[in-house]
Design a protein around this ligand. Sequence first.
Ligand SMILES: CCCCCCCC/C=C\CCCCCCCC(=O)SCCNC(=O)CCNC(=O)[C@H](O)C(C)(C)COP(=O)(O)OP(=O)(O)OC[C@H]1O[C@@H](n2cnc3c(N)ncnc32)[C@H](O)[C@@H]1OP(=O)(O)O
Length: 209
Amino acid sequence: MDGTVSARSGGRRPNWWKPRERPVPPAGYPEMIEAMRLLQDRITAAVPDAAMVAEVTRGLTAIADRLEPTARDEWSQLAGSLREVPGRGSALLPVVEILSENETTLRGRVRFSRFHLGGNGAAHGGTIPLMFDDILGRLANSGGRPVARTAYLHVNYRSITPIDRDLRVEIRFDREEGRKRLLRGELRDGDVLCADCEGLFVELRPGQP
Ligand SMILES: CCCCCCCC/C=C\CCCCCCCC(=O)SCCNC(=O)CCNC(=O)[C@H](O)C(C)(C)COP(=O)(O)OP(=O)(O)OC[C@H]1O[C@@H](n2cnc3c(N)ncnc32)[C@H](O)[C@@H]1OP(=O)(O)O
């Protein structure tokens, strides 16, 4: 690792975990990401004819080309860095709207959508750990603690997780032993337990990527 930062991919940087200034997005940035999420849902659901496929491909390529000159490295990108915005400004993440948060507990509302479909109205099994990893990681890294990464994430699928419904998620900080932080979480549809999880986060040592 030489610490070189490339403009497009981000590159790796030594001591990357040191706090840095929070980026300030331009007006309308969260709405742009929301439009991207809508696009993901609509493309997933669409069965367009060939003419519309060609038209959409042209339109999307034109937008991608328009954005290309504004690309910055990982350390300056906005997507995923907006802690105060639900879904952190990342179109990858299922959006968790945080209802309450302190140093031990986080409660939120999450809605999986068509983009996250696995089959028969249920969310894809990979999207649930994605959601858990992000909010467990948020709580694990709260309270001014040094950065920790997920060492394991164990997810139990207890019943299907429906898309297009508001679900509740609750995360608890279970315990901390040296560099190890253990957290647990539950995802519920009303009274029905959809999934629960346990995650181990391990604090990085200086120089760890
Ligand atoms: C990314 C952080 C962002 C932070 C941002 C902060 C602001 C918050 C804002 C917004 C929230 C955003 C939140 C996003 C969160 C996403 C988090 C991720 O998804 S991270 C990507 C996936 N994870 C990896 O890629 C790790 C890859 N693995 C590693 O790097 C290493 O394996 C690591 C660091 C996890 C541990 O390696 P070692 O060499 O440092 O530590 P050793 O000495 O092996 O272990 C220490 C202790 O942990 C146990 N341990 C380690 N791995 C274990 C495992 N898999 N199972 C059980 N125990 C394990 C060991 O047995 C040891 O325990 P004993 O001290 O002996 O009691």
